[in-house]
Design a protein. Sequence first.
Lengths: 370, 619
Amino acid sequence: MTTETPTAPLPTAKANIPNINRPLPVKPAAPAVNRIGLAKPDYNGNESTLCNGCGHDSISAQIISAMYELGVNPNSMIKLSGIGCSSKSPAYFMNRSFGINTLHGRMPSIATGALITNHTLQGIGVSGDGDTGSIGFGQYKHLLRRNLRMIYIIENNGVYGLTKGQFSATSDQGAVLKHAGRNDYMPIDMCLEAIISGCGFVARSFSGNAKQVVSLLKMAYAHRGTAVLDIISPCVTFNNKEDSTKSYDWGRNHDERINDFGFVPNYEEITIDDFQESEDKVVTMHDGSRIVLNKVSAGHDPTDINAAIKLCMDAREQKRFITGLIYVNPNSPSLAELEEVNNDVPLAHIPNEQLRPSKASLDKLNAGWK
Amino acid sequence: MSTVTEVTPPAQAETSGAEAGRAAIINDFSIVACTKNGSGSQTANLTILRSFFKMGIPVVGKNLFPSNIQGRPTWYTIRASKDGYVARTDAAEITISLNPEGAQDDYNKTAPGGVFIYSETGDRDSVKVDMHRKDVSHYPLPVKKIADPLEKDAKLRTYGRNMAYVGALAWLIDIDRSVIEAALRYHFKGKDKPVQSNMAIVNAAYNWAAQNWTKTDPFRVEKMNATEGLIVLDGNTAGALGAIYGGVNFVAWYPITPATSLADALGDYLPILRKSPDGKPTYSVIQSEDELAAAGMIIGAGWAGARSMTSTSGPGISLMSEFTGYAYFAEIPCVIWDVTRMGPSTGLPTRVSQGDVLKAYYLGHGDTKNICLLPSSVYECFEMGWKAQDVAEKFQTPVFVLSDLDIGMNNWMSKPFDYPETPLERGKVLTEADLERLKGFARYRDVDGDGVGYRTLPGNKHPFSAYFTRGSGHNETAGLTEKSPEWVANMNRLGRKFESARTHLAQICAPVVDEVEGAEIAIISFGSTDPAIVEARSRLAKEGYKISYLRIKALPLANEIKDFVAKHKHVHVIEMNHDAQMLQLLRLHMPDMATKLHACNLCDGLPLTAKWVSQAILK
């Protein structure tokens, strides 16, 4: 994995560009800039069209913060989504990144094609509980199985918003909604499903907990394969009653952090001695970044897959809203590594002369079939 | 199993075959080998086929197989034709029967005056049929007695028994055994051991036949010089190679008959042909979880700037419907090979049809229409393999190649493949330097008047490079819009783009036209119906019939097809589907001449024969 360290700062967008209708980031008067010379507004997107107070908008803001703070080059990132309220949100952050709003539940396959043919891009996918847990469940599982390097965010509100209030696959058992009636089925736990599918980075958070979401996004960025962030993101219009586990009230009152952690990006020079060795656990990511977990703060060891599974099972059973890094295994090779296409030149940019074999090779084949 | 219990001895030989004073029939007959599925008869059949080819005799092989894996009857037909005809014939002159199941039917179907070679093993594998036909020459063959002692490995014995009929046939119709050895050497890629062990059985069977059979039939082969410079290959391998020489660098696929061997061939040849100077692969092949994901992956790859493709068949095409509509509207290049088979539903998955014409052309929802290339031969599978990649990127849209099971899975003679004459055409892609010069771009603006916009590729480092791709309504700058005029303008531009594609395809995949002076009757066809039409026209021409012929190579239909129709009184549209799908498209294309166009379609799972074509035109 490479980190964004361009030799010269990239130019920032200018306000007045012919032939472009979409809003462009406006440069502030005295901008603070990050390590690649970009100001935070350079990471802005379009104005959101989601409902006022939607959790998804908080997550978009947290993505902007995390990528700005990390100094990610927007041109090296692609934004992907499926269909639904959550999937509209890639238009609301990082306009300087390419975006692709795909089909309902099918973002993983598009991501696979795009990121296997250009592994130098960092993918950030935004999906929802309907998009991932129902129509896209198969593609979600296969994405994780292949370990495509990308951040996969599930903006989980337990309800279909864009079609006005149907139950989703993560809706609480026994929940009652105005039009949908009562949900009799077990909710699918997106984190548990991720762990058992081989995912090496599984976290849950709450859209109202900006600090935690930003930290998890930074860690997810450093992950070698697919990083799943199941972020409970309340739907203020259809599923925000206080007894819903996807509501703001529930999130605020029940947020149970399973670990406290710090994140040291690979470009920061901090030695291991700076940590309290006896109390901290350090997980070194494939790109050299480090996650520093305070062992004392909670009993959960996120490098223990059985503990992670048990934690999810118990939490579901006991209706506990656990947040934090549930499972991490930084060592599984990504799809691009497995396919051996993680070369200097990505597949999509291989020059034409290397794409067409020689005439001599065809002559030889022709002769062989005679 | 055959229901016949009473076995009658073969009819007396004095009334049959050569003894009846028939002239020798040289290099002009078909053979059908009826064996058990999974018994390894492919080696035996391909050896016969390649032996004929190496003797200079025009030949074609067709595998007519059931949708089973092991034990059930399967048929392989080999046609030798001194005149170069490569269509299927209605009945084979020589039946080789090694599977008791269905043997009576195979016997009954043998062409008049034909040959019946059957396994006589003294056990349940013996072919027991009522051999009542006096016109047929009967030859029993103790395949186990001949082959088993020569094959120590019990697991390989069924293979050996199949080689026994190759040896006996060699004696019967005079195949040069040195040619058989050369054919085996080809099959086993020069490996000595299997060549020797198989030749031992061929020789033993040859000698056994020489000692025990008396030839009473007129069929034999003779060396000629009609295959010089040609190759023999299947269409799926040709299509895969075409794609490789077309620069494909991402493949996603899901197993389905009859398209699997195309993906297999990509897997075989890509590692050989496509390494970067430092030895790294310049491609990736992923077996996806289903065809839906395969479509998503190739579209993702096309969006990122790769040349991508998948191979599938009818059911897979159905699963790709939503994604195809998406790629059409979001304007993302990709290539979808549809090796067509019989539908609807699971249909007859190992039988041929051309039933996906309308489906592929209109795949998607709302107003979609797709470019389709229509190969009729192994040669065109290669040619369209690379051209499809160029067309997809030139027009930034999904391109279908509609091959079929007959072309794709069977072995055909072909002229050697020609190296692509034009460089890779990557379409309108803006670089960082272009963006710096232009100070921006509008993804879906029709700058050149051909309906094709300029695109940028993810990873482009220029700050103005990014745009947002979506299946929802968008304006020129790829922004979300629900405004009616913007929607209409965009759809009109897509219409202009489709017309640009029509013009371009009329040049690079122009219809193949053979107009006969003074002809009132004409044929229009596409794809694998071609060999039967070529043979029928040739035979009818000898009887004095004047029939013109136009073969379509691409959709949208070229405008010159209208001119061709205008010149003729009756135009028969020959195709292998139940609903006369190409006829429907042609009638839409030229409504004023719709009544001139006649349905001439058959969909029975088998490749067309010249006899059927002749009768259908003259009825």
